[in-house]
Design a protein around this ligand. Sequence first.
Ligand SMILES: Cc1cc2nc3c(=O)[nH]c(=O)nc-3n(C[C@H](O)[C@H](O)[C@H](O)COP(=O)(O)OP(=O)(O)OC[C@H]3O[C@@H](n4cnc5c(N)ncnc54)[C@H](O)[C@@H]3O)c2cc1C
Length: 480
Amino acid sequence: MACETTDVIICGCGPTGALLSAYLGKMNISNIVLEKGAEITTDPRGIALDEDGIRLLQGAGLYSSVYTEIGTCMQKFKFIGGTDPVLDKRAFIEMDYGTTEGGTGHVGFICHKQPALEKCLRDAMAASKYCDLRSGCEVTSLSEDDQGTLCQYRDATGEEHQIRSRFFIGADGKTGFTRKQYLEPRGILMEQAHHLLQDVAFPEDFGGQGIASGFRDAVSLAWRLALLCRTQSKDSSFHKQVLKAWYEERKQQLEKSLASTIENGKFVTEGNPLKILIRNVYLWFVQLVPSWRHELSLGRRKEGLVRYEHSKGMPFIPEHNGGLCLPQVYCRSLNGFGTDVRFTDDVIFEPGKNGLFQLLVYVKAVEEISSAREVVSDIDDMSHGEILANEVTFLVEDMADAPCKIGHDVFRLASGDEFAQSRLCANRPRPEFFDPLYLAKALKGKRFTIVRPDRFIFASCDSREDLRKIAGAVAVHLQG
Ligand SMILES: Cc1cc2nc3c(=O)[nH]c(=O)nc-3n(C[C@H](O)[C@H](O)[C@H](O)COP(=O)(O)OP(=O)(O)OC[C@H]3O[C@@H](n4cnc5c(N)ncnc54)[C@H](O)[C@@H]3O)c2cc1C
Protein backbone atom coordinates (compact mmCIF):
# COMPACT_ATOMS: atom_id res chain seq x y z
CA MET A 1 0.00 0.00 0.00
CA ALA A 2 1.39 3.43 -0.94
CA CYS A 3 2.15 5.66 2.04
CA GLU A 4 1.61 9.44 2.11
CA THR A 5 3.32 11.75 4.56
CA THR A 6 2.17 14.88 6.37
CA ASP A 7 3.05 16.82 9.51
CA VAL A 8 -0.17 16.30 11.47
CA ILE A 9 -3.13 13.96 11.11
CA ILE A 10 -6.29 14.99 12.90
CA CYS A 11 -8.86 12.26 13.48
CA GLY A 12 -12.32 13.84 13.52
CA CYS A 13 -13.65 17.07 12.05
CA GLY A 14 -16.01 18.23 14.78
CA PRO A 15 -15.50 21.81 16.02
CA THR A 16 -12.26 20.92 17.87
CA GLY A 17 -10.54 19.13 14.98
CA ALA A 18 -11.69 21.76 12.48
CA LEU A 19 -10.42 24.69 14.57
CA LEU A 20 -7.11 22.93 15.22
CA SER A 21 -6.70 22.35 11.49
CA ALA A 22 -7.54 25.98 10.68
CA TYR A 23 -4.97 27.29 13.20
CA LEU A 24 -2.32 24.85 11.96
CA GLY A 25 -3.09 26.05 8.44
CA LYS A 26 -2.49 29.64 9.53
CA MET A 27 0.89 28.53 10.90
CA ASN A 28 1.76 26.82 7.59
CA ILE A 29 1.67 23.31 9.08
CA SER A 30 0.42 20.66 6.67
CA ASN A 31 -2.39 18.65 8.15
CA ILE A 32 -4.83 16.01 6.96
CA VAL A 33 -8.18 15.76 8.72
CA LEU A 34 -9.86 12.36 8.49
CA GLU A 35 -13.59 12.49 9.20
CA LYS A 36 -15.73 9.39 9.00
CA GLY A 37 -18.98 11.28 8.36
CA ALA A 38 -19.73 12.15 4.74
CA GLU A 39 -21.39 15.43 5.78
CA ILE A 40 -21.51 17.67 8.84
CA THR A 41 -23.85 16.08 11.35
CA THR A 42 -27.14 17.92 11.84
CA ASP A 43 -27.95 16.25 15.18
CA PRO A 44 -29.06 18.95 17.64
CA ARG A 45 -26.07 19.70 19.86
CA GLY A 46 -24.23 22.87 20.91
CA ILE A 47 -26.20 26.09 21.18
CA ALA A 48 -24.13 28.28 23.52
CA LEU A 49 -20.60 29.57 22.94
CA ASP A 50 -18.80 31.83 25.41
CA GLU A 51 -16.64 34.84 24.66
CA ASP A 52 -13.41 32.83 24.62
CA GLY A 53 -14.96 30.73 21.90
CA ILE A 54 -15.98 33.84 19.93
CA ARG A 55 -12.45 35.22 20.29
CA LEU A 56 -10.90 31.99 19.01
CA LEU A 57 -13.28 31.94 16.02
CA GLN A 58 -12.11 35.50 15.36
CA GLY A 59 -8.52 34.20 15.43
CA ALA A 60 -9.43 31.70 12.72
CA GLY A 61 -10.57 34.64 10.54
CA LEU A 62 -14.28 33.95 11.08
CA TYR A 63 -15.43 37.11 12.88
CA SER A 64 -17.48 38.30 9.91
CA SER A 65 -19.53 35.08 10.10
CA VAL A 66 -20.16 35.13 13.86
CA TYR A 67 -23.30 37.32 13.80
CA THR A 68 -24.36 36.47 10.25
CA GLU A 69 -24.11 32.74 9.63
CA ILE A 70 -23.21 31.34 13.05
CA GLY A 71 -25.44 32.93 15.67
CA THR A 72 -26.70 35.88 17.69
CA CYS A 73 -25.89 37.47 21.03
CA MET A 74 -27.56 35.58 23.86
CA GLN A 75 -28.30 38.62 26.09
CA LYS A 76 -29.82 37.75 29.49
CA PHE A 77 -29.77 34.41 31.32
CA LYS A 78 -32.71 34.37 33.72
CA PHE A 79 -32.81 31.86 36.55
CA ILE A 80 -36.30 31.11 37.80
CA GLY A 81 -37.39 28.78 40.57
CA GLY A 82 -40.15 26.21 40.85
CA THR A 83 -41.16 23.12 38.92
CA ASP A 84 -44.36 24.40 37.30
CA PRO A 85 -44.10 24.87 33.52
CA VAL A 86 -44.33 28.68 33.64
CA LEU A 87 -41.34 30.56 32.32
CA ASP A 88 -42.79 34.04 32.51
CA LYS A 89 -42.02 34.86 36.12
CA ARG A 90 -39.60 36.92 38.16
CA ALA A 91 -36.03 35.64 38.02
CA PHE A 92 -34.25 35.16 41.34
CA ILE A 93 -31.02 36.03 39.54
CA GLU A 94 -30.30 37.44 36.10
CA MET A 95 -26.98 37.41 34.26
CA ASP A 96 -26.47 39.85 31.44
CA TYR A 97 -24.23 38.32 28.81
CA GLY A 98 -25.06 41.03 26.27
CA THR A 99 -22.51 43.40 27.82
CA THR A 100 -18.83 43.62 26.88
CA GLU A 101 -16.94 43.48 30.16
CA GLY A 102 -15.26 40.07 30.21
CA GLY A 103 -11.97 41.37 28.79
CA THR A 104 -12.20 39.87 25.30
CA GLY A 105 -13.98 42.75 23.57
CA HIS A 106 -16.86 40.38 22.84
CA VAL A 107 -20.30 39.80 24.35
CA GLY A 108 -20.48 37.09 27.03
CA PHE A 109 -22.23 34.42 24.96
CA ILE A 110 -23.70 33.78 21.56
CA CYS A 111 -26.48 31.37 20.78
CA HIS A 112 -25.48 29.39 17.71
CA LYS A 113 -26.30 26.52 15.42
CA GLN A 114 -23.51 23.94 15.67
CA PRO A 115 -23.79 22.75 12.04
CA ALA A 116 -23.49 26.37 10.85
CA LEU A 117 -20.47 26.88 13.12
CA GLU A 118 -18.85 23.71 11.76
CA LYS A 119 -19.52 24.77 8.17
CA CYS A 120 -17.75 28.08 8.76
CA LEU A 121 -14.81 26.28 10.36
CA ARG A 122 -14.56 24.03 7.33
CA ASP A 123 -14.62 27.13 5.10
CA ALA A 124 -11.65 28.48 7.09
CA MET A 125 -9.83 25.18 6.53
CA ALA A 126 -10.62 25.25 2.82
CA ALA A 127 -9.05 28.71 2.56
CA SER A 128 -5.64 27.27 3.52
CA LYS A 129 -3.53 25.14 1.22
CA TYR A 130 -2.07 23.45 4.32
CA CYS A 131 -5.42 21.90 5.40
CA ASP A 132 -6.75 18.81 3.69
CA LEU A 133 -10.17 17.57 4.86
CA ARG A 134 -11.10 14.03 3.79
CA SER A 135 -14.74 13.30 4.56
CA GLY A 136 -16.12 9.77 4.57
CA CYS A 137 -12.74 8.50 5.78
CA GLU A 138 -12.63 6.39 8.93
CA VAL A 139 -9.43 5.86 10.87
CA THR A 140 -9.06 2.11 11.46
CA SER A 141 -5.58 1.64 12.91
CA LEU A 142 -2.66 3.55 14.37
CA SER A 143 0.89 2.68 15.36
CA GLU A 144 3.89 4.69 16.61
CA ASP A 145 7.65 4.52 16.31
CA ASP A 146 10.55 6.99 16.81
CA GLN A 147 9.78 8.69 13.50
CA GLY A 148 6.15 9.48 14.34
CA THR A 149 2.87 7.73 13.66
CA LEU A 150 1.46 5.47 10.97
CA CYS A 151 -2.28 5.70 10.51
CA GLN A 152 -4.55 3.59 8.36
CA TYR A 153 -7.96 4.72 7.16
CA ARG A 154 -10.80 3.47 4.97
CA ASP A 155 -12.31 5.87 2.43
CA ALA A 156 -15.96 6.09 1.34
CA THR A 157 -15.42 3.44 -1.37
CA GLY A 158 -13.99 0.99 1.19
CA GLU A 159 -10.40 1.35 -0.04
CA GLU A 160 -7.64 1.30 2.61
CA HIS A 161 -4.90 3.98 2.74
CA GLN A 162 -2.03 4.83 5.03
CA ILE A 163 -0.38 8.06 6.11
CA ARG A 164 2.79 8.65 8.05
CA SER A 165 2.84 11.81 10.17
CA ARG A 166 4.88 13.42 12.88
CA PHE A 167 1.81 13.83 15.07
CA PHE A 168 -1.58 12.19 15.30
CA ILE A 169 -4.29 14.11 17.15
CA GLY A 170 -7.42 12.41 18.37
CA ALA A 171 -10.26 14.94 18.08
CA ASP A 172 -12.87 12.25 17.59
CA GLY A 173 -14.82 12.68 20.81
CA LYS A 174 -15.03 10.50 23.87
CA THR A 175 -16.40 7.46 22.05
CA GLY A 176 -14.14 7.84 19.01
CA PHE A 177 -11.34 5.65 17.67
CA THR A 178 -8.47 7.33 19.53
CA ARG A 179 -9.87 6.84 22.96
CA LYS A 180 -11.75 3.57 22.60
CA GLN A 181 -9.59 1.65 20.15
CA TYR A 182 -6.15 3.07 20.68
CA LEU A 183 -5.64 4.54 24.16
CA GLU A 184 -7.90 2.51 26.43
CA PRO A 185 -6.74 -0.90 25.10
CA ARG A 186 -3.22 0.27 26.08
CA GLY A 187 -4.40 1.06 29.57
CA ILE A 188 -4.35 4.83 29.03
CA LEU A 189 -7.43 6.29 30.60
CA MET A 190 -8.55 9.87 30.15
CA GLU A 191 -7.65 10.71 33.75
CA GLN A 192 -4.04 9.69 33.09
CA ALA A 193 -3.69 11.19 29.64
CA HIS A 194 -0.94 13.46 30.94
CA HIS A 195 1.33 10.43 31.01
CA LEU A 196 0.95 10.22 27.26
CA LEU A 197 4.01 12.03 26.11
CA GLN A 198 4.57 10.38 22.77
CA ASP A 199 3.28 11.90 19.56
CA VAL A 200 -0.35 11.44 20.47
CA ALA A 201 -2.33 14.11 22.22
CA PHE A 202 -5.85 13.83 23.53
CA PRO A 203 -7.94 16.94 23.24
CA GLU A 204 -11.57 16.29 23.87
CA ASP A 205 -14.53 17.85 25.50
CA PHE A 206 -14.80 16.99 29.15
CA GLY A 207 -17.77 16.65 31.40
CA GLY A 208 -20.06 18.60 29.07
CA GLN A 209 -17.69 21.56 29.00
CA GLY A 210 -18.45 21.87 25.35
CA ILE A 211 -17.09 23.56 22.34
CA ALA A 212 -15.16 26.42 23.96
CA SER A 213 -13.07 23.92 25.96
CA GLY A 214 -12.23 22.05 22.78
CA PHE A 215 -11.34 25.37 21.12
CA ARG A 216 -9.01 26.38 23.97
CA ASP A 217 -7.30 23.00 23.80
CA ALA A 218 -6.95 23.21 20.04
CA VAL A 219 -5.46 26.70 19.98
CA SER A 220 -3.01 26.06 22.79
CA LEU A 221 -1.96 22.81 21.10
CA ALA A 222 -1.66 24.30 17.59
CA TRP A 223 1.35 26.50 18.29
CA ARG A 224 3.10 23.73 20.21
CA LEU A 225 2.65 21.38 17.26
CA ALA A 226 3.93 24.11 14.95
CA LEU A 227 6.97 24.46 17.21
CA LEU A 228 7.62 20.71 17.35
CA CYS A 229 7.16 20.33 13.59
CA ARG A 230 9.62 23.17 13.04
CA THR A 231 12.33 21.74 15.27
CA GLN A 232 13.59 18.66 13.53
CA SER A 233 15.12 17.67 16.88
CA LYS A 234 14.83 14.00 17.77
CA ASP A 235 15.20 14.98 21.41
CA SER A 236 12.16 13.36 22.95
CA SER A 237 12.66 15.19 26.27
CA PHE A 238 11.91 18.49 24.48
CA HIS A 239 8.73 16.97 23.01
CA LYS A 240 7.72 15.71 26.42
CA GLN A 241 8.30 19.04 28.09
CA VAL A 242 6.31 20.97 25.48
CA LEU A 243 3.33 18.59 25.54
CA LYS A 244 3.39 18.14 29.31
CA ALA A 245 3.13 21.92 29.75
CA TRP A 246 0.19 21.94 27.33
CA TYR A 247 -1.55 19.27 29.35
CA GLU A 248 -0.91 20.98 32.67
CA GLU A 249 -2.26 24.31 31.47
CA ARG A 250 -5.38 22.75 29.93
CA LYS A 251 -6.00 20.83 33.16
CA GLN A 252 -6.13 24.13 35.07
CA GLN A 253 -8.64 25.58 32.60
CA LEU A 254 -10.81 22.47 32.76
CA GLU A 255 -10.76 22.28 36.54
CA LYS A 256 -11.78 25.92 36.78
CA SER A 257 -14.69 25.68 34.35
CA LEU A 258 -15.80 22.32 35.74
CA ALA A 259 -15.83 23.70 39.31
CA SER A 260 -17.94 26.66 38.28
CA THR A 261 -20.32 24.43 36.29
CA ILE A 262 -20.80 22.17 39.30
CA GLU A 263 -21.36 25.20 41.54
CA ASN A 264 -23.91 26.66 39.11
CA GLY A 265 -25.59 23.28 38.77
CA LYS A 266 -25.95 22.92 42.55
CA PHE A 267 -27.26 26.45 42.79
CA VAL A 268 -30.04 26.01 40.23
CA THR A 269 -31.06 22.46 41.10
CA GLU A 270 -31.42 23.03 44.83
CA GLY A 271 -34.39 21.01 46.12
CA ASN A 272 -34.43 21.86 49.82
CA PRO A 273 -37.25 24.45 50.39
CA LEU A 274 -35.44 26.06 53.33
CA LYS A 275 -32.23 26.48 51.36
CA ILE A 276 -34.24 27.85 48.41
CA LEU A 277 -35.87 30.41 50.71
CA ILE A 278 -32.52 31.48 52.18
CA ARG A 279 -31.01 31.71 48.66
CA ASN A 280 -33.89 33.83 47.36
CA VAL A 281 -33.92 36.21 50.35
CA TYR A 282 -30.14 36.58 50.16
CA LEU A 283 -30.21 37.29 46.39
CA TRP A 284 -33.15 39.67 46.75
CA PHE A 285 -31.25 41.61 49.41
CA VAL A 286 -27.98 41.69 47.45
CA GLN A 287 -29.77 42.95 44.35
CA LEU A 288 -31.10 45.98 46.20
CA VAL A 289 -27.63 47.51 45.89
CA PRO A 290 -27.07 48.44 42.21
CA SER A 291 -23.31 47.75 42.23
CA TRP A 292 -23.84 44.32 43.82
CA ARG A 293 -26.63 43.58 41.36
CA HIS A 294 -24.30 44.46 38.53
CA GLU A 295 -21.57 42.21 39.92
CA LEU A 296 -24.00 39.29 40.12
CA SER A 297 -25.09 39.91 36.52
CA LEU A 298 -21.51 39.33 35.39
CA GLY A 299 -21.72 35.62 36.21
CA ARG A 300 -18.35 33.91 35.69
CA ARG A 301 -16.87 37.05 34.17
CA LYS A 302 -16.42 38.66 37.59
CA GLU A 303 -13.44 36.31 38.15
CA GLY A 304 -11.63 38.01 35.26
CA LEU A 305 -9.50 36.32 32.65
CA VAL A 306 -7.71 33.07 33.44
CA ARG A 307 -4.27 33.17 35.04
CA TYR A 308 -2.28 29.93 35.01
CA GLU A 309 -0.45 28.79 38.09
CA HIS A 310 3.12 28.17 37.09
CA SER A 311 4.90 24.88 37.34
CA LYS A 312 8.29 23.86 35.94
CA GLY A 313 8.50 23.91 32.15
CA MET A 314 5.42 26.05 31.52
CA PRO A 315 6.18 28.61 28.82
CA PHE A 316 5.71 31.86 30.73
CA ILE A 317 7.46 33.82 33.49
CA PRO A 318 5.14 34.32 36.47
CA GLU A 319 7.29 36.97 38.17
CA HIS A 320 6.96 39.05 34.99
CA ASN A 321 3.14 38.81 34.87
CA GLY A 322 3.27 35.75 32.58
CA GLY A 323 0.48 33.18 32.47
CA LEU A 324 -2.40 35.66 32.32
CA CYS A 325 -4.78 35.52 29.36
CA LEU A 326 -4.13 38.73 27.40
CA PRO A 327 -7.22 40.97 27.32
CA GLN A 328 -8.44 42.17 23.96
CA VAL A 329 -9.54 45.76 23.32
CA TYR A 330 -10.29 47.87 20.25
CA CYS A 331 -7.80 49.99 18.33
CA ARG A 332 -7.28 52.16 15.27
CA SER A 333 -4.23 52.49 13.07
CA LEU A 334 -2.33 55.79 13.37
CA ASN A 335 -1.24 55.47 9.76
CA GLY A 336 -3.74 58.04 8.52
CA PHE A 337 -7.14 59.48 9.46
CA GLY A 338 -10.46 57.67 9.67
CA THR A 339 -8.84 54.24 9.76
CA ASP A 340 -10.98 51.18 10.56
CA VAL A 341 -11.60 50.08 14.12
CA ARG A 342 -9.89 46.75 14.72
CA PHE A 343 -9.50 44.13 17.44
CA THR A 344 -6.07 44.15 19.06
CA ASP A 345 -5.61 40.38 18.51
CA ASP A 346 -6.03 40.98 14.79
CA VAL A 347 -3.20 43.49 14.67
CA ILE A 348 -0.87 41.64 17.04
CA PHE A 349 -1.33 38.38 15.11
CA GLU A 350 -1.86 39.95 11.68
CA PRO A 351 -1.84 37.33 8.90
CA GLY A 352 1.57 37.24 7.27
CA LYS A 353 3.54 37.59 10.51
CA ASN A 354 5.97 34.70 10.90
CA GLY A 355 7.07 34.76 14.55
CA LEU A 356 5.28 32.31 16.81
CA PHE A 357 5.47 34.74 19.73
CA GLN A 358 4.80 38.45 19.26
CA LEU A 359 5.94 41.60 21.01
CA LEU A 360 3.38 44.23 22.01
CA VAL A 361 4.66 47.66 23.03
CA TYR A 362 2.15 49.68 25.06
CA VAL A 363 2.83 53.40 25.57
CA LYS A 364 0.79 56.29 26.95
CA ALA A 365 1.47 58.79 24.15
CA VAL A 366 2.82 58.87 20.59
CA GLU A 367 5.88 60.82 21.79
CA GLU A 368 7.12 57.63 23.47
CA ILE A 369 7.13 55.59 20.26
CA SER A 370 10.57 56.52 18.99
CA SER A 371 12.39 55.61 22.22
CA ALA A 372 10.42 52.35 22.50
CA ARG A 373 11.21 51.57 18.86
CA GLU A 374 14.88 52.05 19.57
CA VAL A 375 14.75 49.57 22.50
CA VAL A 376 13.05 46.83 20.46
CA SER A 377 15.19 47.32 17.35
CA ASP A 378 17.45 44.40 18.28
CA ILE A 379 14.71 42.07 19.56
CA ASP A 380 15.67 39.57 16.83
CA ASP A 381 19.09 39.17 18.45
CA MET A 382 17.77 39.28 22.01
CA SER A 383 15.35 36.43 21.24
CA HIS A 384 17.74 34.45 18.99
CA GLY A 385 15.47 35.07 16.02
CA GLU A 386 12.21 34.06 17.72
CA ILE A 387 10.66 37.55 17.83
CA LEU A 388 10.99 39.79 14.80
CA ALA A 389 11.47 43.55 15.06
CA ASN A 390 9.50 44.14 11.87
CA GLU A 391 6.47 42.37 13.40
CA VAL A 392 6.28 44.36 16.65
CA THR A 393 2.93 46.05 17.40
CA PHE A 394 2.86 49.49 19.07
CA LEU A 395 -0.28 50.50 20.93
CA VAL A 396 -0.83 54.05 22.20
CA GLU A 397 -3.18 54.68 25.12
CA ASP A 398 -3.99 58.28 24.12
CA MET A 399 -7.12 58.07 21.97
CA ALA A 400 -6.45 61.28 20.03
CA ASP A 401 -5.66 60.96 16.36
CA ALA A 402 -2.07 61.85 15.53
CA PRO A 403 -1.40 64.98 13.41
CA CYS A 404 0.47 62.91 10.81
CA LYS A 405 1.04 59.29 9.80
CA ILE A 406 3.07 57.54 12.49
CA GLY A 407 3.72 54.13 10.92
CA HIS A 408 1.85 51.05 9.76
CA ASP A 409 2.66 49.22 13.02
CA VAL A 410 1.34 51.92 15.39
CA PHE A 411 -2.24 51.85 16.72
CA ARG A 412 -4.14 53.79 19.34
CA LEU A 413 -6.86 52.55 21.66
CA ALA A 414 -10.40 52.98 20.33
CA SER A 415 -13.40 53.69 22.54
CA GLY A 416 -16.58 51.68 22.87
CA ASP A 417 -18.42 54.43 20.95
CA GLU A 418 -16.01 54.18 18.05
CA PHE A 419 -16.48 50.41 18.02
CA ALA A 420 -20.27 50.86 18.11
CA GLN A 421 -20.08 52.98 14.96
CA SER A 422 -17.81 50.56 13.13
CA ARG A 423 -18.71 47.61 10.93
CA LEU A 424 -17.36 45.25 13.63
CA CYS A 425 -20.44 46.08 15.71
CA ALA A 426 -22.93 45.12 12.98
CA ASN A 427 -25.58 42.66 14.23
CA ARG A 428 -24.26 42.66 17.79
CA PRO A 429 -25.12 44.91 20.78
CA ARG A 430 -23.16 48.08 21.48
CA PRO A 431 -20.21 47.31 23.77
CA GLU A 432 -21.82 48.24 27.07
CA PHE A 433 -19.41 48.58 30.03
CA PHE A 434 -16.43 48.12 27.69
CA ASP A 435 -13.27 49.47 29.35
CA PRO A 436 -10.54 50.51 26.88
CA LEU A 437 -8.04 50.42 29.77
CA TYR A 438 -8.72 46.76 30.59
CA LEU A 439 -5.56 45.77 28.73
CA ALA A 440 -3.40 48.44 30.40
CA LYS A 441 -4.60 47.32 33.83
CA ALA A 442 -3.75 43.69 33.05
CA LEU A 443 -0.30 44.73 31.83
CA LYS A 444 0.21 46.64 35.11
CA GLY A 445 1.54 49.61 33.18
CA LYS A 446 4.43 47.60 31.66
CA ARG A 447 5.66 48.78 28.30
CA PHE A 448 6.89 45.54 26.67
CA THR A 449 4.81 42.36 26.58
CA ILE A 450 5.64 39.11 24.84
CA VAL A 451 2.49 37.26 23.85
CA ARG A 452 1.97 33.61 22.93
CA PRO A 453 -0.23 32.66 19.96
CA ASP A 454 -2.91 31.28 22.28
CA ARG A 455 -3.35 34.82 23.67
CA PHE A 456 -1.48 34.25 26.95
CA ILE A 457 1.17 36.61 28.26
CA PHE A 458 4.66 35.08 28.26
CA ALA A 459 6.12 38.03 30.21
CA SER A 460 5.92 41.83 30.54
CA CYS A 461 8.62 44.31 31.52
CA ASP A 462 9.73 47.94 31.29
CA SER A 463 13.47 48.13 30.85
CA ARG A 464 15.83 47.12 28.05
CA GLU A 465 17.69 44.80 30.47
CA ASP A 466 14.52 42.97 31.42
CA LEU A 467 13.43 42.78 27.79
CA ARG A 468 16.75 41.12 26.97
CA LYS A 469 16.17 38.67 29.82
CA ILE A 470 12.61 37.71 28.89
CA ALA A 471 13.37 37.54 25.17
CA GLY A 472 16.27 35.20 25.99
CA ALA A 473 13.84 33.05 27.99
CA VAL A 474 11.58 32.82 24.92
CA ALA A 475 14.49 31.32 22.99
CA VAL A 476 15.11 28.79 25.76
CA HIS A 477 11.47 27.71 25.72
CA LEU A 478 11.16 27.57 21.95
CA GLN A 479 14.54 26.11 21.10
CA GLY A 480 14.96 23.65 23.95
C1 LIG B 1 -27.67 17.61 23.16
C2 LIG B 1 -26.33 18.29 23.24
C3 LIG B 1 -26.28 19.65 23.56
C4 LIG B 1 -25.05 20.30 23.64
N1 LIG B 1 -25.00 21.66 23.95
C5 LIG B 1 -23.82 22.30 23.96
C6 LIG B 1 -23.75 23.72 24.15
O1 LIG B 1 -24.76 24.40 24.28
N2 LIG B 1 -22.53 24.32 24.15
C7 LIG B 1 -21.41 23.59 23.94
O2 LIG B 1 -20.33 24.20 23.95
N3 LIG B 1 -21.44 22.28 23.73
C8 LIG B 1 -22.61 21.60 23.72
N4 LIG B 1 -22.65 20.27 23.48
C9 LIG B 1 -21.38 19.56 23.30
C10 LIG B 1 -20.78 19.80 21.92
O3 LIG B 1 -21.66 19.37 20.92
C11 LIG B 1 -19.47 19.02 21.88
O4 LIG B 1 -18.66 19.53 22.93
C12 LIG B 1 -18.71 19.20 20.58
O5 LIG B 1 -19.39 18.67 19.49
C13 LIG B 1 -17.38 18.47 20.73
O6 LIG B 1 -16.65 18.73 19.59
P1 LIG B 1 -15.46 17.77 19.16
O7 LIG B 1 -14.94 18.29 17.90
O8 LIG B 1 -14.52 17.63 20.31
O9 LIG B 1 -16.13 16.32 18.97
P2 LIG B 1 -17.33 15.86 18.04
O10 LIG B 1 -18.22 16.98 17.68
O11 LIG B 1 -17.91 14.67 18.71
O12 LIG B 1 -16.59 15.42 16.71
C14 LIG B 1 -15.85 14.22 16.62
C15 LIG B 1 -15.81 13.81 15.15
O13 LIG B 1 -14.96 12.67 15.03
C16 LIG B 1 -15.50 11.84 14.03
N5 LIG B 1 -14.96 10.47 14.22
C17 LIG B 1 -15.21 9.61 15.22
N6 LIG B 1 -14.52 8.47 15.03
C18 LIG B 1 -13.80 8.63 13.89
C19 LIG B 1 -12.88 7.80 13.17
N7 LIG B 1 -12.56 6.57 13.57
N8 LIG B 1 -12.33 8.27 12.01
C20 LIG B 1 -12.63 9.53 11.58
N9 LIG B 1 -13.51 10.34 12.22
C21 LIG B 1 -14.07 9.91 13.36
C22 LIG B 1 -17.00 11.94 14.24
O14 LIG B 1 -17.70 11.57 13.06
C23 LIG B 1 -17.17 13.41 14.59
O15 LIG B 1 -17.45 14.20 13.44
C24 LIG B 1 -23.85 19.58 23.40
C25 LIG B 1 -23.92 18.21 23.05
C26 LIG B 1 -25.13 17.58 22.97
C27 LIG B 1 -25.15 16.12 22.59
